[in-house]
Write a protein that binds this ligand. Structure first.
Ligand SMILES: C[S@@+](CC[C@H](N)C(=O)[O-])C[C@H]1O[C@@H](n2cnc3c(N)ncnc32)[C@H](O)[C@@H]1O
Length: 258
């Protein structure tokens, strides 16, 4: 078992590097306004995203939701945590054209490398890779729980389907980072699996949601009171909760730094 884990830890970054070297040269998708699109195998979040039109329209629709719910504009400074290969960045470039600061952060190096190379040359856009552990996405990473960025340096924070793959200890620590990064009055748009009257936290709960969960942290479900307690302990407030309407039944929270 120990040998298998070590082999996977060694092979995963190597595979990522080979993909990063080869795939960007074989894919030439662009959005209607000419924004480069990640290779299809780099698109997280479902098979329908393999179609360029679906990928771009979901990204643009997400920007509209951020405009409506946290006041995103071209003057904003936004941190996109768990940005993957930059789905939201594509939407911002397509819909707003420019932004004061878009900062994408992720632990998967090949995705961040692609995004930095192809989207990071736009004014205001930058991406940072952090080699931190997540048993699902980067098991060999460090066990620090930090998010790079200046304290109080962001008006908005976006984390779509990220807390859904983190246990409570990590979630609590990262919520403190969200509070540190947001300027007073700044707002976070985050999704998570939360339900009433369930155990505080449960990995891959059987019979819950539309999928058969498999592999580490495919679905982490929290009790609503437990999750909101972690939010308050981090110094954040719950502005709103829309239950169960997001991917695979996740809920949408708008959190605010007072
Ligand atoms: C399901 S994907 C969502 C991707 C993107 N937010 C979207 O909606 O298209 C979850 C992402 O979170 C990233 N992630 C997981 N743990 C992380 C951490 N501690 N720090 C930064 N990114 C993390 C994963 O690498 C992965 O890209």
């Amino acid at each position: 078992m120990r040998a298998t884990v070590r082999l996977a830890d060694v092979l995963k970054p190597l595979i990522g590097r080979v993909q990063a070297a080869v795939l960007p040269r074989t894919h030439h998708g662009t959005s209607p306004s000419g924004v480069k699109l990640p290779p299809t195998v780099y698109r997280m979040g479902g098979a329908h995203f393999r179609q360029d039109a679906a990928f771009v329209s979901s990204a643009v629709a997400e920007v509209q939701r951020l405009e409506d719910k946290i006041g995103l504009s071209s003057e904003s400074r936004l941190l996109d945590w768990g940005c993957g290969a930059g789905r939201l960045a594509v939407g911002i470039a397509e819909k707003l054209g420019r932004i004061e600061l878009y900062h994408g952060v992720d632990i998967q190096k090949h995705l961040v490398d692609w995004a930095q190379r192809h989207l990071g040359d736009r004014d205001g856009f930058r991406f940072t890779h952090v080699d931190l552990a997540n048993p699902r996405y980067n098991p060999g990473g460090s066990h620090e729980r930090t998010i790079p960025g200046d304290s109080g340096g962001y008006d908005g924070f976006y984390a779509y389907s990220v807390f859904s793959h983190l246990m409570g200890d990590d979630t609590a620590a990262y919520l403190h980072e969200v509070a540190r990064l947001l300027a007073p009055g700044g707002r976070a748009f985050v999704t998570a699996f939360v339900e009433d009257d369930v155990p505080d936290q449960e990995e891959n709960p059987v019979g819950y949601g539309p999928l058969t969960w498999s592999g580490p942290l495919h679905c982490v479900r929290f009790d609503r009171g437990f999750f909101e307690g972690m939010v308050r302990d981090a110094g954040l407030e719950v502005d709103s909760l829309e239950h169960g309407q997001e991917t695979d039944g996740q809920s949408l929270y708008i959190l605010r730094r007072p």
